[in-house]
Design a protein around this ligand. Structure first.
Ligand SMILES: C[S@@+](CC[C@H](N)C(=O)[O-])C[C@H]1O[C@@H](n2cnc3c(N)ncnc32)[C@H](O)[C@@H]1O
Length: 318
């Protein structure tokens, strides 16, 4: 099956990263390689990381034929271990969440539209999938996940219904159970959207990945290099915004002379970020996208010899 994923905010990403020929860029969420292809076309050298082997295979096929591209399997939170020996980078991109092929392949278990196993792992070799996670949970744990990652106001009644009905053999059964229990009528999105998002984020540890990945990326940028992050919902965007504002010295405590107590290490590029188009009929994912960009201003990156070589936490493919 072809890997069909349209990269969101592509011109804004290319502009913001200020790609220069021969410079080195890290794409921590390679997916089908759409953003990476544009960086290569602008003359950059690209190292791409993804935890999903089918994404890596698609990107490697798409970008075969250039020596300027390297693909590595792993999680971007581990980027220091995976590619620290190649740092510093002149730009780092994280395009968060799942790709269209992951969402649209019923066997991957992310989809509300198509029936499949309740799997939801981005990395199919990860031991814990969504059905085993649900099977091991009690009500308090599930409520916490639905509230924390889904911001679901009816978390308790949904959690109770899921644990009573045990519908984790099929995504269709899970979606129906949640729709019935939630009692939402006439909502614009499917009543189980927030529940599916919350379970997916818990199974893949997505907010932990982002928190660790943000710090790792900041430690691996060249002075003047840029970190661009595309998020698709408020939880991720809030985390990125807070860290970028803090890095830029916004809202940090000031001393008696009005200087930030901790000196800024970055500069915000377009403080409100770039919003995806609400009218992109061909690419509905773009509607909820927001790109934020920070330029790293120093101090100079740490001695990269401190990082371990690739292979400790990932597998180099090309
Ligand atoms: C939205 S897609 C990226 C699409 C890509 N920018 C393109 O143009 O094709 C997100 C990709 O990031 C991967 N991913 C998500 N979280 C990850 C993580 N923590 N570590 C590594 N890869 C991750 C997913 O497997 C998926 O392939």
């Amino acid at each position: 099956m072809p890997f069909l994923h349209r990269p969101v905010l592509l011109p804004q990403v290319v502009d913001s990263l200020q790609i220069r020929p021969g410079r080195r860029y890290l794409d921590g969420t390679l997916g089908g390689g759409g953003h990476a292809e544009a960086v290569l076309a602008a003359g950059g050298r690209v190292v791409g990381i993804d935890r999903d082997p089918s994404a890596l295979a698609a990107a490697t096929t798409r970008l075969a034929g250039t020596d300027e591209f390297t693909a590595i399997r792993g999680r971007f939170a581990d980027m220091a271990q995976l590619v620290g020996h190649l740092a510093p980078f002149d730009g780092i991109l994280l395009d968060l969440g799942v790709s269209s092929p992951q969402l649209d392949t019923p066997q991957r278990g992310f989809s509300l539209q198509h029936d499949g196993p309740v799997d939801m792992r981005m990395d199919p070799d990860q031991p814990l999938d969504a059905s085993s996670m649900l099977d091991e949970m009690d009500e308090a744990e599930l409520v916490d996940i639905l509230r924390r990652y889904g911001e679901e106001p009816r978390a308790r009644r949904i959690a109770r219904a899921i644990l009573a009905g045990r519908p984790w053999h099929s995504t269709a059964a899970l979606a129906t159970c949640v729709a019935k229990a939630s009692g939402y009528r006439n909502s614009r999105t499917h009543p189980a959207t927030r529940t599916f998002q919350a379970i997916r984020m818990a199974v893949n540890g997505e907010l932990d990945q982002l928190a660790t990945g943000l710090e790792a990326a900041l430690s691996m940028l060249n002075v003047g290099g840029r970190l661009a992050i595309i998020s698709f919902h408020s939880l991720e965007d809030r985390m990125v915004k807070r860290r970028f504002f803090e890095a830029a010295g916004r809202g940090t405590p000031r001393d008696a002379y009005g200087h930030p107590v901790t000196p800024p290490i970055g500069r915000l590029i377009v403080p409100r970020g770039f919003a995806g188009s609400a009218h992109d009929a061909d690419n509905p994912r773009a509607r909820s996208a927001r790109l934020r960009v920070l330029e790293y201003c120093g101090p100079p990156p740490r001695d990269t010899a401190l990082y371990t070589a690739a292979g400790d936490a990932g597998q180099e493919l090309s």
